[in-house]
Design a protein around this ligand. Sequence first.
Ligand code: NAP
Length: 251
Amino acid sequence: MSHQRVAIVTGAARGIGEAIARRLSRDGLAVAVIDLDENSAVSAAELINAEGGRAIGLAADVAVEATVEKAVAEIVERVGAPTVLVNNAGILRDNLLFKMSTTEWDSVIDVHLRGAFLMTRAVQTHMVEARFGRIVNLSSSSALGNRGQANYAAAKAGLQGFTKTLALELGPFGITANAIAPGFIATAMTEATAERIGTTFEELKAKGAASIPVRRVGEPDDVAAAASFFIREEASFISGQVLYVAGGPLN
Ligand code: NAP
């Protein structure tokens, strides 16, 4: 098992991140689950271990520099040097622009953009050393603009530029960087959106499905399948791309 690759997935205690962590474990990688709440992160890792995987869970706020550095050092120590990074941690603080507080703006930019920056900066050194790396950033169809999400749309569009720049800078070291931009995926995040706009989750999903060409909303495993594709060895010539995982074309 000495050549087992180590992946870090942020925000992986639940939702899309959890599905990606489970999938990467099934693909044969050791996985470090990072999330805000330690118990949730450890539980998610235990589920992976119960399936025969090799996972650890640890608490870290991806937006805090010292915490990120410490978490990555702990992962190196406990499982080995990470060469796969999935920047998935995310939050919503939706509001129309005229009502959006500075805190709502800053917190979304911090988790998505600052978080991805800090995590990637901390992990790239191990990738460069290994002359191999796979970075996957979670963007969103909201990067194309979405009412009530000026903060989130800016962050998710920002992640696409970040991804392309990583591809340029890190490509010479055998490192690829790609972004996945999901459409409607059924998770706690979209469930909270239903509550906020005063509808049931079932209604929101039915409405979403009707407007999606494949006539269903996405599941976390739909996104995990795309992540699994980008991180494999044979995807070494695919970099700087944004893949919309949305049940149809978006532009
Ligand atoms: P989710 O169910 O809300 O899960 C997000 C996870 O990230 C939670 O466990 C959350 O922890 C964690 N997290 C939040 N802030 C963090 C921080 N500062 N440091 C570490 N972990 C943090 O969301 P999801 O639907 O799975 O979304 C995952 C990613 O996909 C996000 O980047 C999201 O923007 C993106 N995405 C989702 C959809 C969708 O339709 N669901 C569509 C497009 C893109 P807590 O539970 O403690 O808050």
